[in-house]
Design a protein around this ligand. Structure first.
Ligand code: AMP
Ligand code: GLY
Length: 437
């Protein structure tokens, strides 16, 4: 089989790596750090005509949309009309991610637990509302904002600044034409993703990401600084409840509303005292969750794509491996504000030869053999192990091998599970033959 993956981040590299075990993989536009796992094809994933002609020319069985933008813009519908299958929902289905107001109304209509909310496009009405409700409150831009459109406000003054910036000063452009104001939920966060062919859902092992830049969950929001999978505190009882109360109800809602959805449903959850509640839906794999969930998948990803394409997911068992995966993201100096780019990346080739780790390239440019930083999040360093501590130790060992000036990363990925993390010295990195994992 042959697949065309769309995107250029570490999540897309992980998707290419997973598919490449038994298939030919092409990636558009990809990056030069992916060359061992995919054939790099220049092009723009938002140019649907270009994607369709490349997919036809390369005889691809499916196009795999890594990030949300092509899906929200309707790539699945556009390519379906040319007879090309896209692993990802229709434009309507992708609105679960593309519009927070749509997602909240969908959840309310379908009895899916989430924070209470109101939607506004008018500054005065929004201010009237916040003046009558207790703080903290959460103010979200309706449209896509790369994970940065959420403001947690502690008082009326902060609320006024956020509402003005979004609705009047248009800081987020069209994405902020409408805002959602919602109740602040307290608890631990959890990511639960599932595959669906529109008929059944198949759960993936749970994961958790770390969204803030600095240790102790301080500093600005980022695209994600690290992750781990599975999550020891997500016990089977909790996962069963999430499956029945949230994921199955989401599929039932999609079916009832005749929304075509094939691919991954991502549920970002808050584990509150009243039970798990949905913070957000995404219409694709999480980043950096994909980097830890895909290595834990025993079932080949290509088999999942084919089963979803044929509407036969029910017959495919989704089997997880034993053990754990952990990811530490290396980011450029200045990220998430103004990342410094164009600096040489060392150790990347050496990293490819180490056992029990995976190196996924994101903000990497230049050319193979002469890689340069080209973005905020540069590399995802993934460690695998029988215990979470071991996986974290290996991820951190790898984070010491890949090097560029000013690199920043969190030291507390895994939180309490990292306590007594196996040190770099304990884990003498072993060289592995290529393809050994
Ligand atoms: P979202 O993009 O909606 O997932 O929000 C990004 C992050 O903001 C989440 O991962 C949470 O850390 C935080 N957040 C969003 N909504 C809420 C809420 N209602 N209560 C508390 N924290 C929230
Ligand atoms: N890790 C959160 C996201 O992918 O949106």
């Amino acid at each position: 089989m042959s697949y065309l993956v769309l995107g250029n981040g570490a999540r897309e590299h992980a998707i290419c790596w997973a598919l490449s075990k038994n298939s030919d993989v092409h990636v558009m536009p990809g990056n030069p750090g992916m060359v061992l796992d995919a054939d790099i094809v220049p092009g723009n994933p938002i140019n649907f005509g270009e994607v369709a002609s490349v997919a036809k020319k390369l005889s691809c069985s499916a196009v795999f949309a890594g990030a949300e933008l092509p899906l929200v813009e309707g790539i699945a519908d556009a390519l379906a009309s040319e007879g090309i299958f896209v692993f990802g929902p229709s434009r309507k289905g992708a609105m679960l991610e593309g519009s927070k107001a749509f997602a909240k109304d969908f959840m309310k209509r379908n009895g899916i637990p989430c924070a209470d909310h109101q939607t506004f496009d008018n500054e005065k009405e929004a201010m009237d509302f916040v003046s009558k409700h207790p703080f903290p409150l959460v103010i979200k831009v309706d449209g896509l904002a790369s994970g940065k459109g959420v403001h947690i406000v502690e008082d009326l003054r902060e609320a006024e600044i956020a509402i003005k910036a979004i609705l009047s000063e248009k800081t987020y452009g069209e994405s902020g034409r409408v805002i959602v104001i919602e109740e602040f939920l307290v608890g631990k966060e959890l990511t639960v993703m599932a595959f669906t062919d529109g008929k059944v859902i198949k759960m993936l092992p749970p994961s958790r990401d770390h969204k803030r830049l600095e240790d102790g969950d301080k500093g600005p929001m980022t695209g994600g600084m690290g992750s781990y999978c599975p999550v020891p505190d997500a016990d089977p009882g909790l996962l069963e409840k999430i499956k029945t109360d949230i994921v199955e109800k989401t599929l039932a809602g999609l079916q009832k509303e005749s929304i075509d959805y094939k691919g991954v449903i991502y549920c970002g959850l808050m584990l509150t005292q009243q039970g798990p509640k949905v913070l957000e839906y995404n219409c694709r794999f999480g980043d950096p969750e994909a980097q830890v969930v895909l290595p834990m998948l025993q079932t080949p990803l290509s088999a999942v794509v084919e089963a979803v394409k044929e509407g036969e997911l029910e017959r495919l068992p989704i089997v997880a491996k034993k053990g754990f995966a952990a990811c530490v993201v290396l980011a450029s100096e200045g990220y998430p504000g103004k990342p410094v780019v164009g600096l040489p990346v060392g150790g990347f080739n050496k990293a490819q030869t180490i056992e029990n780790v995976l190196t996924f390239a994101a903000g990497i440019g230049g050319e193979p053999g002469k890689l340069l930083t080209s973005g905020g999040r540069v590399v995802s360093c993934v460690g695998l192990g029988n215990t979470l501590r071991m996986a974290l130790g290996r991820a951190y060992s790898l984070a010491g091998v890949v090097d560029f000036k000013g690199k920043q990363f969190r030291g507390d990925i895994g939180g309490r599970y990292a306590r007594g993390r196996t040190s770099i010295v304990d884990l003498r990195l072993k060289i592995r033959p290529r393809g050994g994992i």
